[in-house]
Design a protein around this ligand. Structure first.
Ligand SMILES: Cc1cc2nc3c(=O)[nH]c(=O)nc-3n(C[C@H](O)[C@H](O)[C@H](O)COP(=O)(O)OP(=O)(O)OC[C@H]3O[C@@H](n4cnc5c(N)ncnc54)[C@H](O)[C@@H]3O)c2cc1C
Length: 249
């Protein structure tokens, strides 16, 4: 691994392991979502009050908005547009087009990290799940513990996501060869198909279905209470002003 760093190697490996050829088309139907409105429509609804305002309708923002809306009034603000109808997002074979699209309405935005790595970040409802390689795995238990999260609640949350947008991949011959190569190189044990974060080699989940159609975090908004959730697109937040009860900033 002399030429590339371990982190880059892992990313390439994860990408190679879970990209597979698409098997056909099922043109998966758009899920039944709350209305996705443009921010420019906000002037008509500006007198509404919200319990929570979420900035960024990405991988975390969408499920957060959906679950909070069960009990609370929620406003979700996303700077990008809708992922629905964009074939560069939806179809696996267009993965590279999406990442290299530099047009104004591109769902991805190129940037160079502070340590000089060329990278992309999302600019679309659904966030990173619209532009990423689609590999899905549950978190390392140690990570959950160190973060101080409620392990039981985290474990309950996994199936909520998995039953909506996660699939088992069909393994192409070259992927089987890679898996076998890892095992031969001693990356063991072989854990088979599992979402769990385990030592060794495994086949994890993917957000691409059997037809190679991408399911994103935006789909999770279908689980929201539409009466309690307002979603605004092309809504870039530039400044957040906090006020105390007495109106002081
Ligand atoms: C090429 C690539 C491949 C990857 N592959 C995988 C993979 O296979 N598996 C995996 O688990 N992870 C992968 N990742 C990482 C994963 O996608 C991210 O870690 C994850 O999406 C981050 O989620 P997030 O909710 O923190 O941010 P995001 O999903 O990026 O959401 C942030 C959202 O906030 C919006 N936003 C930002 N600023 C504003 C603003 N001022 N106002 C309004 N909205 C705003 C953005 O438009 C975006 O929609 C990959 C990432 C990349 C770039």
């Amino acid at each position: 691994m002399g030429l590339i760093s371990g982190r880059v190697f892992f990313k390439i490996l994860a990408f190679l392991c879970f990209i597979r050829l698409s098997q056909g088309r099922n043109h998966s139907a758009t899920p039944d979502l709350p209305p996705l409105r443009k921010a420019s429509s906000f002037s008509k609804i500006q007198h509404e009050a919200y319990d929570y305002i979420i900035v960024g309708g990405g991988t975390a923002g969408c499920p957060l908005a959906a679950t909070l809306s069960k009990k609370y009034k929620v406003l979700l603000l996303e700077r990008g547009g809708s992922p629905y109808g964009n074939h560069n997002i939806s179809y696996l074979e267009n993965f590279h087009i999406c990442l290299t699209d530099e047009s104004k309405n591109s769902p991805s935005q190129g940037f160079i990290s502070t340590d000089g790595v060329i990278n992309s970040r999302a600019k679309v409802l659904g966030g990173g799940t619209c532009i990423n390689a689609g590999f899905y795995s549950r978190a390392n238990r140690r990570f959950v513990k160190d973060a101080g999260w409620d392990e039981e609640l985290v474990n309950q949350s996994y199936p909520w996501v998995e039953e909506r947008i996660v699939y088992w991949p069909k393994i192409a011959p070259w992927q089987a060869a890679l898996r076998d190569g890892l095992l031969e190189a001693g990356v063991s044990p072989y854990n088979g198909y599992t979402y769990d974060h385990l030592f060794g080699t495994k086949v994890g989940g993917t957000i691409f279905d059997e037809a190679g159609y991408r399911h994103t975090a935006a789909d999770l908004l279908a689980a929201a209470n539409p009466d309690n959730l307002r979603v605004l697109l092309h809504a870039s937040v530039n400044k957040v002003i906090f006020k105390t009860r007495h109106g002081k900033r």
